[in-house]
Design a protein around this ligand. Sequence first.
Ligand code: GDP
Ligand code: MG
Length: 179
Amino acid sequence: MQQMEHRYKVLVIGDLGVGKTSIIKRYVHQNFSANYRATIGVDFALKVLNLDQDTIRLQLWDIAGQERFGNMTRVYYRDALGAFVVFDVTRSCTFEAVRKWKEDLDEKVRVPGGKRFTAVLLANKCDEEKDDAINNIFSSMEQFCSELGFISCFETSAKENINIDEAVNCLRRGRHDAH
Ligand code: GDP
Ligand code: MG
């Protein structure tokens, strides 16, 4: 059977401190560090998956330092096939920023070859107690996701390794999955 190689560029965006770098580290290197170190410069990590006879090269792009919407350049967004927009369940202001991040994506991303751009929302740090405002939001999360054009939302923890693989698989397949 012919072997196929697929390359996917996936963006991980969201406010400072929500856990973007930790999610990438957990997914690619299977580790977690509680020491806070802000990422400097744009960085990316590569994960190679061998599925049946296919090889999938997932390039996860981290953002760094300039975590303000409107600040990301088109170069960073270029040719991306998907994005995770991350917020922190302990800080509702990071959820309020999700809409802005998504709007920035919609404005700047051009997907190659007419493929569909896929965005998945990640509610990270689910190992911690949720902020009250976030608890309320969760009752209407499905509606929020469909309004903003996210195919799905996952409660994740980079710390406890919860739902990270599931979220990546969902984004990779580009369709709605169970949470
Ligand atoms: P970034 O600025 O979005 O890249 O965020 P980082 O990945 O640097 O994480 C910011 C802080 O949150 C660090 O101290 C991490 O250890 C912590 N953190 C990240 N993910 C989780 C998580 O799932 N649970 C908990 N409890 N802490 C996390
Ligand atoms: Mg970072």
